[in-house]
Design a protein around this ligand. Structure first.
Ligand SMILES: [Zn+2]
Length: 517
């Protein structure tokens, strides 16, 4: 059996999904979950792209021990220096440096000749080698590059010290046969290829990212890059959970092993979906909520007689628990603690108390508290922005009737500790509420997206709102949940604004720290 390393890029390529904007606590939670899921390498971000990204990569590098942590860098000395600063405390620091190799990218984007692209790549890999023990070099747009040019440049970057060669299908253009052939060609023609391992990185523009990934593995790739739920630029990346389950279910065809813990799939997927606001479609392979539902009578009958008739993957395999132990009004602190530990949460005593109070409040209004409810409460508490002066909702009231103008009145505490109050109208109740909040907040706000979901099922389900906005020109997203739609909307609105205040403070702190050092 050949071992395949899993390289997760949910926090870098995935975070590049349009509109996705994670805060540092959310990134850390995802990183910890990826470590539990068993990824060999995680790409924590692109340190030179922003101060926020730098901070997040550094925090992840310092706290993750069982996966190698990497960061992306363009082929420039300053990007590599910044990446080193962010990654040097990692258990196994790794650099991912890239440069485009396709004719169209070299000519129209880089304005470099092929010879210059080779020279820059070699120089930057050699430069990085002075510090990083592991260097991955990526040929951006490899699948549209000339094969013999790839052979030439790969030979030289391996000589310069690259230990992993990644050949991405950057624009999601390759077919499985073409993509597999590229790796075979490289293996057969690069004389020093035994000194490095090959990696694939596929995008899903034509819906072939997972198929291309499997074709790459069959042609000698020993590192697979992808994201949870397949999120990423444009149509996204190869879904790691799909690759993992395909390798497992069809091991008769794919004799490869990974370190992934399949039972962690569900939780990893839930966490990423909740934090990014990218809801998993019901019909998504492996993690969609319909993936294990059988609708037609013939199918149901078959499954009842023998599950294997229509079910190739069991829900248990991917960590979906069928025997939900439901908590209610009379569940005590002990049962609550057991339950949340069982769900994979570790909270400080203070946060545990906060979570228990929120749980008790919910049981006043809701007879049964499900795993999904708890997951929502706990992730909110775990990643709430703390230790800053922020906007706080004091009270609100909304008047709505089909015949009158919807009007909202809101009272807030501002970060300066002043209580403010006003009223506004809107064309609907949610809009009236948001107009009022906007009037009370001094930062300039443009709401760009609003999404409402119910958590779980039933008429007493929690409402969850995801919001995207620009606050003083910065794009940011946030979320809020409550039993009422309007309250969830107000919470999401304030959560998003408060994130900007938190980021501003974190950046100021980091700059002060750097100035002292
Ligand atoms: Zn990509």
């Amino acid at each position: 059996m050949v071992h395949v390393n899993i390289f997760d890029t949910t926090l870098r390529d995935g975070e590049q999904s349009p509109g996705v904007n994670l805060n540092q606590l959310e990134k850390l939670e995802i990183a910890r979950q990826l470590e539990k899921f068993g990824v060999d390498i995680m790409e924590a971000g692109f340190p030179a792209s922003s101060q926020g990204d730098f901070e997040a990569v550094r925090a992840i590098a310092r706290s993750i021990k069982n996966s190698s942590v990497t960061g992306l860098a363009r082929a420039t000395k300053s990007d590599i220096d910044i990446a080193w600063d962010a990654l040097k405390d990692a258990a196994e620091p790794r650099l991912h440096v890239f440069l485009a190799t396709s004719p169209i990218h070299m000519k129209y984007k880089l304005f470099k000749t092929p010879e210059e692209v080779i020279q820059t790549s070699v120089d930057m890999v050699a430069y990085a080698k002075q510090r990083f023990p592991h260097i991955e070099w990526s040929a951006e747009d490899a699948s549209r590059s000339d094969l013999d040019f790839l052979v030439k440049i790969i030979t030289k970057v391996i000589d310069a010290g690259a230990t992993v060669i990644n050949l991405p299908d950057t624009v999601g253009y390759a077919t499985p046969a073409e993509y597999g052939y590229m790796f075979r060609y490289i293996r057969e023609n690069v004389p020093n290829i035994h000194k490095a391992s090959l990696s694939c990185h596929c995008h899903d523009d034509l819906g072939m990212a997972v198929a291309n990934t499997l074709a790459a593995i069959e042609n000698g790739v020993t590192q697979v890059e992808g994201t949870i739920n397949g999120i990423g630029e444009r149509a996204g990346n190869a879904s790691l959970e799909e690759v993992a389950v395909a390798l497992n279910i069809r091991k008769d065809k794919y004799p490869y092993t990974t370190n992934l813990v399949l039972k962690e799939i569900k939780r990893t997927s839930d966490l990423v979906s909740r934090f990014t606001g990218m809801i998993v479609p019901g019909n998504k392979a492996v993690v969609g909520k319909n993936a294990f539902a059988h609708e037609s009578g013939i199918h149901q009958d078959g499954v009842l007689k023998n599950t294997l008739t229509y079910e190739i993957i069991t829900p248990e395999m991917v960590g979906i628990q069928s025997n939900d132990l439901v908590l209610g009004k009379h569940s005590g602190r002990h049962a609550f603690k057991d339950k949340i530990e069982n769900m994979g949460f570790t909270l400080s005593a203070e946060k545990l108390q906060e979570a228990f109070t929120a749980f008790k409040q919910l049981t006043d209004r809701k007879k049964e508290v499900t795993d999904e409810d708890l997951f929502t409460i706990l992730t909110d508490i775990q990643t709430a922005v703390a230790d800053i002066k922020k906007y706080e909702l004091v009270a609100f009231q909304v008047h709505y009737g089909s015949a009158n103008l919807p009007t909202a009145t809101v009272a807030l505490n501002t970060p300066e500790g002043v209580r403010v109050e006003t009223a506004r109208t809107g064309s609907g109740s949610v809009e009236a509420l948001m107009n009022t909040l906007e009037a009370l907040i001094k930062e300039e706000i443009h709401l760009t997206d609003y999404k409402l979901n119910s958590v779980g099922q039933g008429r007493d389900a929690l409402a969850e709102v995801h919001v995207k906005m620009t606050v003083d020109g910065t794009q940011v997203s946030g979320r809020g949940s409550a039993q009422d739609v309007l309250e969830a909307s107000a919470k999401a609105f304030l959560n998003t604004v408060n994130r900007v205040l938190f980021n501003t403070k974190a950046v100021a702190q980091a700059q002060a720290e750097l100035a002292q050092a």
